[in-house]
Design a protein around this ligand. Structure first.
Ligand code: DWN
Ligand code: SAH
Length: 413
C-alpha cells in the first residue's frame, strides 16, 4: 500500500509518500522497570519519502526531551572499536584540515561521553562539545572536556559565536539524522562556520539500509536516513556544498559527508561518482522504497518462522546487545519472551530492566557464557568482530549465532 499523506516534508514542505508502517512503537532507548510497564510511551513508527528533495524520513518523531535527557542509556565509549574509529578520525582531520589554522576551534554536536573530543583535549586544541543528555555529558565533563549541556540550535549558535568565535570544524557522528529541524540546523551551521571551515558529519547510510534491508536503523531517534542526493539538496539552500564523502563500515554502513562553503574547496570526484551510484540504485524514486517495505515484511515472516521453529524444537534463544535498533525488530515482529529468553548487554543502566515494548529481560554480558543457550541473536551486527572475539567461547559447545540481515540466518548451520 502506498499513498500520499497529509504530512509535508520536514526539509522542503512537499507532500510525502508513505513507505513503511511499523505499527505502535516504544522509544528505542526507553529500557523500563516492571513497575512502570503501564506508563510506557508509544507512537506510530511510519516512514515516508519526499519525491521533491528525496529525503527519507519519519512521518512523526516523539519530542526530543523524551528521548535525550538525564537518562540516555547509550554510552559511545563502551565499544573499543568505536574508540579506535574516532582516534583515527581525529588524526586524519587534524592532518588534513585543522593543521592549516592557528589555534583552530572545533565543535562537536552530540559529543556523548567525549569519545571523539578527548583527542582534542589531550592535544590541547580548542573545542566545544554540545550534548543535551546530561548523564553522558557529565562523563565527558569529568574528562575535562568543554561541554555545553544543551540541544544545538540557533540560540546556542549565537552564544557560541559571541563567546568563542567561528568554528574551523563542526563535526557530528550519528547525530544530524536525529535532529528534526534540518533547516534550522543547516542555517546555524552556515552561520557558525569559518570561511574556510568544514562541516563533517557521518550517519547510517540510506544506500546500505536499502541494499541490506537494515530496517532496524529506523526508530524514534533516527528521523532521517540520508543520501548524497538529499544532503546535496539541503546544502544548496545554504550556499554550502559536499566537497568529499567517504563510505564507512561503522553502524552497519555509514556515509561521512565533508561540507564547505560553495567554491572554497575543490570537489572530490567521488561525490558525483557516489551520486551516480545512488541514481543507478534508484534512491531518487519511490519504487525502491516500496520494494524495501515488501522486504521488511518478508524479514518479519522469516524471523517469526525461524524463532517458532526453534521453540518447537525446545531450543533456547537469547540475544546479544540491547541496541536501539533491536527495539524496532522486536516490536515490529512482535517477539516476546516466549521466543527470546533475555538479551545480554554491557550497559549497566540497561541491566536488570526490560526491553522497550516487548519486555525482554536485560542481563549483564558478564553472565552470557555462564548461562547455557542454544542460539544467540547478534543484535549489534555492527560490532560483530569485537563481540565474536570477546565471546569466542560461545560456539565451542555447539551453540550458534543468528545473524539478522538481509534475512535472519543461523551462522555455520
Ligand atoms: O545513532 C545512535 C548510535 C550511535 O548509537 C544512537 N541513536 C543510539 C545508538 O544506537 P544502538 O543502540 O543501536 O548502538 P550500538 O552501538 O549498535 O549498540 C550499543 C549496545 O550494544 C549497547 O547497549 C552496548 C551493547 N554492546 C555490548 O553489550 N557489548 C556493545 C558492544 C560493543 C559490546 O561488546
Ligand atoms: N556521537 C556519538 C553519540 C551518538 S548518539 C557517537 O557517534 O557515538 C546521539 C547523541 O546525540 C546523543 O548523545 C544525544 O544526546 C545527542 N543529541 C540528540 N539531539 C541533539 C541535538 N539537537 N543537539 C546536540 N546533540 C544531540
Amino acid at each position: 500500500m502506498n499513498s500520499f499523506l497529509n504530512y509535508n516534508c520536514s526539509c522542503c514542505n512537499n507532500n510525502l509518500v508513505l513507505i513503511n508502517n511499523f505499527g505502535k512503537m516504544p522509544l528505542a532507548n526507553a529500557f523500563i522497570d516492571k513497575k512502570l510497564f503501564h506508563k510506557e510511551h508509544f507512537f506510530d513508527l511510519k516512514t515516508a519519502f519526499c519525491e521533491k528533495c528525496k529525503l527519507f524520513q519519519l512521518v512523526d518523531q516523539p519530542k526530543k526531551e523524551l528521548m535525550f535527557n538525564d537518562k540516555y542509556p547509550f554510552y559511545s565509549s563502551l565499544s573499543e572499536g568505536m574508540k579506535l574509529h574516532f582516534t583515527n578520525l581525529y588524526k586524519n582531520i587534524f592532518k588534513n584540515h585543522l593543521s592549516q589554522f592557528d589555534d583552530p576551534l572545533s565543535l562537536e554536536i552530540g559529543c556523548n561521553d567525549g569519545i571523539f573530543l578527548e583527542n582534542f583535549k589531550i592535544n590541547n586544541l580548542r573545542h566545544i562539545g554540545i550534548e543535551p543528555s546530561s548523564n553522558v555529558a557529565n562523563i565527558a565533563k569529568n574528562k575535562s572536556i568543554n561541554v555545553l549541556n544543551k540541544f544545538f540550535n540557533n540560540e546556542l549558535t549565537n552564544y557560541i559565536i559571541k563567546n568563542y568565535g567561528e568554528a574551523h570544524l563542526i563535526y557530528a557522528a550519528n547525530v544530524i539524522c536525529h535532529i528534526k529541524d534540518i533547516n534550522s540546523l543547516f542555517s546555524s551551521v552556515e552561520k557558525l562556520l569559518h570561511k574556510k571551515g568544514k562541516f563533517i558529519f557521518e550517519d547510517p547510510y540510506l544506500g546500505d539500509v536499502i541494499k541490506n534491508n537494515q530496517f532496524d536503523q529506523i526508530y524514534d531517534e533516527h528521523v532521517y536516513l540520508f543520501s548524497i542526493i538529499s544532503i546535496e539538496n539541503i546544502c544548496k539552500r545554504y550556499n554550502l556544498e559536499i566537497v568529499d564523502c567517504e563510505k564507512l563500515l561503522t553502524h552497519g554502513g555509514s556515509m561521512r559527508y565533508h561540507i564547505a562553503r560553495t567554491g572554497e574547496y575543490l570537489v572530490n570526484e567521488k561525490v558525483s561518482k557516489i551520486k551516480d551510484e545512488e541514481i543507478q540504485l534508484g534512491l531518487d524514486k519511490k519504487d525502491i522504497y516500496l520494494k524495501f517495505d515488501e522486504n521488511c515484511k518478508k524479514f518479519k515472516n522469516n524471523f517469526v518462522n525461524l524463532l517458532r521453529d526453534l521453540s518447537d524444537k525446545n531450543q533456547s534463544v537469547v540475544g546479544y546487545a540491547a541496541t536501539s535498533k533491536s527495539t524496532t525488530i522486536l516490536n515490529y515482529c512482535n517477539i516476546s519472551s516466549e521466543y527470546l529468553n533475555c538479551i545480554f548487554d554491557s550497559t549497566e543502566d540497561k541491566q536488570g530492566k526490560f526491553s522497550p515494548g516487548m519486555h525482554i529481560p536485560i542481563r549483564s554480558d558478564a553472565d552470557f557464557t555462564k548461562i547455557k543457550s542454544n542460539y544467540c541473536i547478534l543484535f549489534a551486527y555492527n560490532h560483530k568482530k569485537e563481540i565474536l572475539e570477546k565471546e569466542h567461547k560461545y560456539s565451542i559447545n555447539g551453540s550458534k549465532w543468528i545473524e539478522l540481515f538481509p534475512l535472519p540466518k543461523i551462522i555455520n548451520d
